[in-house]
Ligand binder design. Sequence first.
Ligand SMILES: *[C@@H]1O[C@H](CO)[C@@H](O)[C@H](O)[C@H]1NC(C)=O
Ligand SMILES: *[C@@H]1O[C@H](CO)[C@@H](O)[C@H](O)[C@H]1NC(C)=O
Ligand SMILES: *[C@@H]1O[C@H](CO)[C@@H](O)[C@H](O)[C@H]1NC(C)=O
Ligand SMILES: *[C@@H]1O[C@H](CO)[C@@H](O)[C@H](O)[C@H]1NC(C)=O
Ligand SMILES: *[C@@H]1O[C@H](CO)[C@@H](O)[C@H](O)[C@H]1NC(C)=O
Length: 894
Amino acid sequence: MKSAVFFALLPTLLSATSVLAVAPIPQKISNLPTVPNKFIIEVDDLASIPNKRSFTRSLDAVYSALNARDVQYEVNKEYDTDGVFVGAALTLSSAEDVRAVEETPGVKAIRPVRAFKQPILAKKHVVTGHNDPELPADTLSTHVMTGVDKLHAEGNVGAGIKIGIIDTGIDYKHASLGGGIGGNFLVAGGYDFVGDAYNGNNDPVPDADPYDNCNGHGTHVAGIIAAQPGNEYNITGVAYGSKIYSYRVFGCSGSVTEEVLVDALIRGYKDGNDILTLSLGGADGWSASSSAIVAGRLADLGKIVTIAAGNDGAAGSWYSSSPGNAHDVISVASVENTVISLQSAIVHGATYGPIVYFGTRPFPVTTELPIYAISNSTTISNDACDPLPDSTPDLSSYLVIVRRGSCTFITKLANIAAKGGKATLIYDNGNGFAGISVGTYVATLIQAADGEFLVNQFAAGDKISISFPQTGGAVDFPSETGGLVSTFTSYGPSNDFYFKPAVAAPGGNILSTYPLALGGFAVLSGTSMATPFLAGTSALYLNAKGKSAGVAKAARDVFETTATKIPSSKTDGDPLQTLTQAGAGLVDAYKAIHGTTVISPGELVLNDTAHFKGIQTFTVKNTGRTNKRYTLSHVPAGTALTIQEGSILAEVGPVPLSTNYASVTVVPSSFSLAPGRSQVVVAVIKPPAGVDASRYPIYSGFIDVTSASDVTHVSYLGLVGSLKNKQVVDNTDAFFGIKTPVIIDATGNWQEAATNYTFANGDWPSLLWKLAFGTPALRVDLVSAAINLKPTLSARGFPFGPFFTFPTKHRSGSYAQVKIVGPLASFDYIPRHDDLDNAPYSLFNLETSTFANGTTIPSGTYRVLLRALRVTGNPLLEEDYESWLSPIVGITAP
Ligand SMILES: *[C@@H]1O[C@H](CO)[C@@H](O)[C@H](O)[C@H]1NC(C)=O
Ligand SMILES: *[C@@H]1O[C@H](CO)[C@@H](O)[C@H](O)[C@H]1NC(C)=O
Ligand SMILES: *[C@@H]1O[C@H](CO)[C@@H](O)[C@H](O)[C@H]1NC(C)=O
Ligand SMILES: *[C@@H]1O[C@H](CO)[C@@H](O)[C@H](O)[C@H]1NC(C)=O
Ligand SMILES: *[C@@H]1O[C@H](CO)[C@@H](O)[C@H](O)[C@H]1NC(C)=O
């Protein structure tokens, strides 16, 4: 049947084929595009490799074993740093070879090579000059928000600390970034792993020089860390006394593959950086990628590793980003800058003002205009919603004043334009002072009180006129969202319930350096901007506390326990923001360094109800010089309702919050500590009652530890419900209008009846699926057409054929007992789909009639069996998988 839906779908499907179609040989992939036929292997220590003979490197022993098995492989890159990562990036030529490598003694793991796109920024504006209205007026507001200004005042600017930035390179010729590269400069060294032309799909062309004058991202990141004082915009980096090492892994545009990223991480480690920072990644939900594993190891070795939490907040919960998912690294959320720069108008004929209007650029009116109020009432609810009366004068020489409400701005402005009106100020009616849409009309929003003043003056017959300065009219205005978590910040936790993100830093509306060739300075927004802020903060922390591995490994706990709690809105009474987006709060650099109460660990992970750890312990230590009396108290954050009501699909961001909170008992709930003494505290946490477990509510909050001189806290995170119950495969018709999974033929039909495929002239089947939740294992197998198996998911209302007339039997107890003819594909640790993505589904194309191992499938009639393991499920147990069985697929030998 040719479905109407399918026509609308086709272009998307075709474009997706090139990106997401499974590569010539099946790989274990996630939804991140992976590089066809390339893999990263990790090998054992030499000591644990059998038959190592005279080899001095374990890699050589493994190569020799591969040669003995006649595996065809090409070595693209070797990683040989004992204690960090020993392995190689390989290109393999067939699925049999992948299997052979996997089974070769000495090979610890083989993982696909992932690609990460250039970070997509939430905002990008290149500053045009000193009078650019988008320049934040207080360039140090982010430092004030986090106490960095106070550390600078003490002289702590991160001196003696080396920070490796893995990014697009740096325009180090920028005077604010030192003006050069080498030992005496701010940018002391680095490496270009890729070259300008690299885009993730071509061969990198490395050289020693990480100069960037074409991309800009890394230059902005570098300025947040270390812009030198005294520049024309008076911005300074958080740790402008540190030394920067620049590792360029992106070309001018495109992606980076893990082959390069793993290399850069290891190089950053070997160069002796104290901190490594990565403003990159992709939605994932798992921590199984090679780069996440290497990043996590560097953290375990005593490096502070800061990685962006991701900018996928709109996609909702359970969508944390890799490599930020890596255990022990610090995943960084973004908070909005407290100030935004708005424009102001001058009032003539009365002593009033200036009047701030909601525009980041000057209002395009260059002459002083008298005002005309459409109504003399300041309470009118439907001002200018109807055509204006005949008595209305020609409005073309006036600045029209109209009250917001009842109809759209466009309706009001059209009625005003019908009387010749060319420029309008709309005054707020209490709805909120924010950006408005006025189409092509010249109009902007002012605050209610300002509008009421103008109308009252007009009604009293006073002659009032207004002018709009075209330069110098910018004012600092408190941002409505200032101090809140940036809505673009990706929500965690990871699917295995790791506390992601860890902590937040300013990342929304940030002015920093930009390549000279691209304008010199820019305002950008993203977790990409928050991440270097935390790297800079880490440098101040190491400068103050010393560079030992112990100090570095304690950093995350210290930042978490001293962070500032973040509300979910500016409305009194609204809950704190869920820790699944805010982490433990906004970093407080001053408190992290000068605090005299140390709590560890910083995170209490309670996990789901099936693996519930409701009894937790933590230690409170008084590192101050005086006795302290502590009192402990519970401060809950909003409970995130992560799944839509009555659905299996995730709530999109902003994720709704409930005020049903956990209850917490702590023992002891108060105690005194002499200097240097510590106390173990037991916390008993009970999940909230009255929440619907089918919405997978994640509750979170803090246990505050308060003394007369300080407040610190430990964060907790738990789930009402068991992840093993969470449906993984999306079998709804919500996205395509037809239920998934579905088999599609090459001409665009979706298959509902038995269909034969010849594998000639494009006549082959594709399996399309969508995941509503991440899965640790997804398997696609060919099974007998007559298989006696009742799938857990029946895809559609129409009958599948005679098979379904079998009486329902109990499912077999074990995964292995399901009789398959042969495997077609398998994918490990893959994320759910996101409907906002370009390709919110996966497509497996069976282009040749071969099993996963490359062997030809004998002609016959089969079904395709898709199985997805539920999170925390046992991979050996069939009942922990969801299964879907296709209609009959006939395979005719080509
Ligand atoms: C420039 O920054 C310094 C702090 O670094 C501050 O004291 C000074 O007021 C700023 N000047 C302007 C013009 O913003
Ligand atoms: C508003 O007041 C002004 C000044 O008194 C007057 O000229 C105008 O007609 C009034 N407008 C309306 C709509 O009544
Ligand atoms: C949560 O429980 C699952 C199942 O035991 C486990 O795999 C996972 O590691 C746990 N998460 C954390 C953060 O401990
Ligand atoms: C598919 O091929 C089989 C065997 O060649 C044949 O018996 C069957 O009728 C074919 N089915 C369809 C729908 O063409
Ligand atoms: C490939 O897989 C098929 C199906 O599992 C199996 O029958 C065949 O023996 C395998 N071939 C090789 C060379 O291992």
